[in-house]
Design a protein around this ligand. Structure first.
Ligand SMILES: Cc1cc2nc3c(=O)[nH]c(=O)nc-3n(C[C@H](O)[C@H](O)[C@H](O)COP(=O)(O)O)c2cc1C
Ligand code: SF4
Ligand code: FES
Length: 571
């Protein structure tokens, strides 16, 4: 079937809502297993296989097993949601085969909730409604009050969901699930009710800035890309996500691939491009599989390919697997990689929007940037511009790891304080260890001591403190952790990922690793610290691309805030 009209989208939505509604005569129960890489790594495959086996054995026809992506809280995986007709859903944590068996027999078959295994009651996709209605959803009976309601848990109630709006609610293998949550309506609006200038103005006025690290205004980039009149243009989604500790983009791609595809179609319409690539790292095989399937489903609905929605606009997307080099996330290196060349960066001028893939104008945007586009087009720029700070609008997704309770992906309004994210949302591990620092922005970022935790998360504020928002990796360290060791880890990473094209980066990172090794092993001298600082500045000033230009940041920020830690290690 080809989708051509608004009514076609509405029909799919209406049918799916009816189909998904549980009732006593049809499907009376549903088990949803959250199956992103983090869930699978923790045992979700065993869990779903157990449920499938038990269901087959029981010969029950009125129980459904469904899969979705994750709900962002890796440390509780494997997670499942159990829904019974007219009852509040229950999310179970750390499920294994044995627990799955017990949950199936007690809760799914007999309606007896196993509160000792439960994480929360209620679904994240209904949290806004629950917050509005004092924790109640019409038609859902609260069966076990001893379990915490989802809207009472700071991990969920302090988040604002734009990018992860469909988290845990859609099966990423089913396009109808996405359409049922108003998916592809923004494409309809962009293609049938707006022209290129309207779309670009909307993105400009929204204040959206690129989430890949640099924070460049997205609308402005689209404007530049739209200038060239050539017929051959490209839109690329940068899904390389190479920063150690960053996995926000993976979570979006695995859980809600159409949100990114929809953003790409709108971008292509705005700049008049015919061809798109999703440059996804090969280390994300599940994302590649899900994206490939999602693209073929979008094609089958006429949302990709020739004459999209019956208009004269044609656009298609191909998944391109990157082979694992961090530097290939840098846009000029990424372009070379897609062209089949070695992924070396080049000078930025001419910019990719003028001369990109195969020398054609190319718009490169990050996964999270693109996932913001459909809600902005659908709800308007004013709606988006109300969220965030004066200069940085909207939300940011962070992947937070380290010495915290809730390891996971969180989306918060820009302007939220570091403390809120670390202490309230992630939660500090209770015990006698104090938190010492947070590393933001991965190998290009910096390390901030606790005294700055009331700082707000926005591009300018963080930069002034010598760190960056970056792509959103956040590593929390307690007082047992060595910041010098952390600086060494990131420098080793940059050394091994340097493409070797320019000497300051290739040799400078190596020399800095040598010095850091000496210091960490207790063989350093006081002069080594000065040498390290000098080298760090030289590498910043004389490297060609962003990798070299920022490789020294972890060293310089730790030297700035934790010089004593270095001095304590040298003779
Ligand atoms: C070494 C290096 C690695 C990068 N890796 C990524 C990446 O994995 N994903 C990404 O979106 N941007 C990455 N970037 C930034 C891109 O060059 C580019 O600015 C970004 O994709 C633009 O998208 P945006 O405007 O949506 O932020 C990297 C930059 C450098 C210097
Ligand atoms: S700065 Fe480093 S990674 Fe970038 S081009 Fe130079 S050698 Fe390659
Ligand atoms: S729970 Fe989704 S990234 Fe881990």
């Amino acid at each position: 079937m080809l989708i051509k009209e608004w009514a076609d989208l509405e029909n799919i939505k209406d049918k799916l809502i009816v189909k998904q509604k549980l009732n006593k005569d049809g499907k009376r129960a549903r088990i949803t297993v959250h199956m992103s890489t983090c869930g699978i790594a923790s045992g979700a495959n065993d869990v779903i296989n157990t449920f499938r086996h038990l269901l087959k054995e029981s010969k029950e026809k009125n129980i459904e097993i469904k899969t979705t992506g994750c709900i962002g809280i890796c440390s509780k995986e494997p997670l499942i949601t159990v829904e019974i007709t007219d009852q509040e859903p229950i999310i179970y944590e750390h499920v294994n085969e044995e627990k799955a068996r017990q949950i199936f027999h007690a809760h799914v078959k007999n309606g007896d909730i196993l509160s000792e295994y439960a994480f929360v009651r209620g679904k994240e996709s209904e949290i806004e409604e629950r917050l509005k209605n004092g924790g109640e959803i019409l038609g859902q009976q609260v069966v076990d009050n001893s379990i915490k309601a989802i809207e009472e848990v700071p991990f969920f109630n302090l988040q604002e969901r734009i990018v992860v709006r469909n988290r845990g609610a859609v099966d990423p293998y089913k396009i109808d699930d996405y359409v049922a949550r108003d998916g592809y309506k923004a494409v309809y609006k962009a293609l049938k009710e707006m022209d290129s200038d309207n779309i670009i103005d909307t993105i400009l006025e929204s204040g959206l800035r690129g989430r890949g690290g640099a924070g460049f205004p997205t609308g402005l980039k689209w404007k530049f890309a739209s200038k060239s009149q050539t017929a051959d243009k490209y839109v690329i989604c940068n899904a390389d996500e190479g920063d150690p500790g960053a996995y926000m983009d993976r979570s979006v791609l695995e859980g809600d691939p159409h949100s990114v595809i929809e953003g790409m179609i709108i971008a292509a319409r705005a700049i008049n491009a015919q061809k798109g690539f999703i440059y996804c790292r090969a280390e994300y095989p599940l994302a590649v599989e899900i994206l490939t399937k999602a693209l073929s489903q979008a094609r089958a609905y006429g949302l990709l390919g020739n004459n999209i929605l019956g208009t004269n606009f044609s656009f298609d997307i191909e998944v391109y697997e990157g082979a694992g080099a961090f530097v290939c996330g840098e846009e000029t290196a990424l372009i070379h990689s897609i062209e089949g060349k070695r992924g070396n960066p080049r000078l930025k001028l001419p910019y990719p929007v003028e001369k990109g893939v195969f020398n054609k104008p190319t718009l490169i945007s990050n996964v999270e940037t693109l996932a913001n586009i459909a809600p902005i087009v659908l709800n308007g720029s004013e709606w988006f511009a109300k969220i965030g700070t004066e200069k940085s609008k909207g939300t940011k997704v962070f992947s937070i790891t380290g010495d915290i309770v809730n390891v996971g992906c969180v989306e918060v309004p820009i302007g939220t304080s570091i403390r809120t994210v670390i202490e309230d949302i992630a939660g500090i591990v209770e015990g006698d260890k104090n938190i010492k620092a947070v590393q933001l922005g991965g190998p290009s970022g910096g390390c901030l001591p606790v005294k700055y935790f009331d700082t707000i998360l926005d591009y300018e504020t963080l930069q002034q403190l010598g760190t960056i928002m970056g792509s959103g990796g956040m590593i929390v360290m307690n007082e047992d952790k060595s910041v010098v060791d952390l600086a060494r880890f990131f420098m080793q990473f940059c050394e091994s990922e340097s493409c070797g094209k320019c000497i300051p980066c290739r040799e400078g990172t190596r020399q800095m690793v040598n010095i850091l090794n000496k210091i960490c092993e207790g063989n350093g001298k006081k002069e080594d610290i000065d040498k390290l600082e000098d080298l760090a500045n030289v590498v910043i000033q004389s490297s060609l691309c962003g990798l070299g230009k920022t490789a020294s940041n972890p060293v310089l920020s730790t030297l700035n805030y934790f010089r004593n830690d270095y001095e304590a290690l040298v003779k």
